[in-house]
Ligand binder design. Structure first.
Ligand code: DQA
Length: 143
């Protein structure tokens, strides 16, 4: 089983960016944590982060026939991107949506998620552990 972990804009700024909201860990800490979890479960994992919507769409398209599942935090594009939703619908790879912060308890505009209608599960407000829960959810659904 191989999964792709996709992160959208400003996730590369973890550790610097609003630590009171997103915590002190960096993007590299996040990837290491997910990698260790996947190794324990004998799952292959790759990572991609971009600040550009089209680059995320390209990566989702390239995942077809390569990955069995996708963990996606589209970050700000969660609330705006029909293109990312359509890419997920095109490749039909099972996906879980993750948010580090609890988007339901923040500004109203963060309550809207375009990818949510495609993803079979959404995990929000559990910090970096939410990504591990997403990996487990994919295992439960796919194995
Ligand atoms: C986020 C929440 C989004 O509203 C925000 O734009 C992000 C990160 C999260 O992980 O909590 O960049 O997706």
């Amino acid at each position: 089983m191989k999964i792709l972990v996709l992160n959208g804009p400003n996730i590369n700024m973890l550790g610097v960016r609003e630590p009171e909201v997103y915590g002190a860990g960096t993007y590299s800490d996040l990837c290491e944590k997910i990698k260790a979890h996947c190794e324990k479960k004998d799952i292959g994992v790759s990572f991609f982060q971009s600040n550009h919507e089209g680059a995320l769409v390209d990566e989702i398209q390239k995942a077809l026939g390569v990955y069995d599942g996708i963990v996606i935090n589209p970050a700000a594009y969660t609330h705006t991107s029909v293109a990312i939703l359509d890419a997920l619908k095109a490749v039909k790879i099972p996906a879980v949506e993750v948010h580090i912060s609890d988007v339901s308890k923040r500004e109203d505009f963060r309550r809207i998620s375009y990818v949510r209608s495609y993803c079979f599960k959404t995990i929000s407000g559990k910090g970096f552990d939410g990504y591990l829960e997403a990996v487990d959810a994919l295992c439960g659904a796919l194995l």
